[in-house]
Design a protein around this ligand. Sequence first.
Ligand SMILES: [Cu+2]
Length: 141
Amino acid sequence: MRAATAIFFLLPWLGACARPAGIETADAWIREAPPGAQRLAGYLVIDNKLSTAITLTGVSSDAFATVQIHRTTMHDGVSRMRMIGELVIGPGQAQSLSPGGTHLMLIDPQAKLVAGDFVRLVLHFADQPDLALQVPVKTGR
Ligand SMILES: [Cu+2]
């Protein structure tokens, strides 16, 4: 019984291949963009369950030429976004990348992406293994 339980819990680890322990993600999605748009926005929640801070140093995807981390700010009622080089998430903190706030800017899609498609994104962290995600494209705000 005990051995069977151990195998049950080990199987996801073997399949996941060096997924970083203690970093969880939720609600990842990419917003479908109008035809011809060269920039799409991606969102997710990154939950740091570790007792130390983690640093997201970048994101890559074969589906886009470039992925940047952007932060949206308001200046005199005008929304602007700027690139941030990295994102630090404190111990026990969850960072939400969401519409109107920090987001992933996915630049120059290699193919047209529509709702229902899935895109592989790889999150890169300092001092942690990469974290690969299959992220759905959806309509919405
Ligand atoms: Cu942006």
